[in-house]
Design a protein around this ligand. Structure first.
Ligand code: RB5
Length: 159
């Protein structure tokens, strides 16, 4: 299952993406936001990225004004590889080389037509594996090491 979320800066492009998903008959969960009222992008990044981290969602799409805030927030979640893509080349490479499990778009940066092409490419491109799998494994090794170091730092504070 795919999850899609946006803040107020990405809500119009989210509607476009949803229509594209429906055309492709791709099932999805829409976690909001659904209006132009100002909201905080980390809240919506968390709804999608925590679901990807715990296995509720296979993949996600997040949209804010620039795509930057959503990328930063989503990549804090365990096992998440969120990629901010501006064109079909970066969309293809984010899947083929980085096995990105969340696509991030910036509504104020990327036009509707380009965004639709990015989504098509991103959904259709498989991870190449091989040497790229070794590199992705290293990212997660660092993720685990940093979690252990953080736990040590917190233990040190308490002592
Ligand atoms: C909201 O104004 C804007 O800051 C947000 O959509 C996003 O671009 C943050 O990175």
């Amino acid at each position: 299952m795919l999850a899609i979320g946006a803040d107020h800066g990405g809500v119009h492009l989210k509607a476009v993406v949803i229509r594209a998903l429906e055309r492709h008959r791709i099932p999805f969960v829409d976690v909001g936001t659904n209006g132009e009222a100002s909201v905080d992008y980390p809240d919506f990044a968390a709804k999608v990225a925590s679901g990807v981290a715990n296995g509720d969602f296979d993949r996600g799409i997040l949209i804010c004004g620039t795509g930057i805030g959503m990328s930063i927030a989503a990549n804090k979640f365990y096992g998440v590889r969120a990629a901010l893509c501006h064109n079909t080349y970066t969309a293809r490479m984010s899947r083929a080389h980085n096995d990105a499990n969340i696509l991030v778009l910036g509504e104020r940066v990327t036009g509707v037509g380009v965004a639709e092409e990015i989504i098509n490419v991103w959904l259709e491109t498989d991870f190449e594996g091989g040497r790229h799998a070794r590199r992705v494994e290293k990212i997660h090794l660092h993720e685990n090491q940093e979690a252990a170091a953080d736990s040590g730092r917190r233990g040190g504070e308490a002592a």
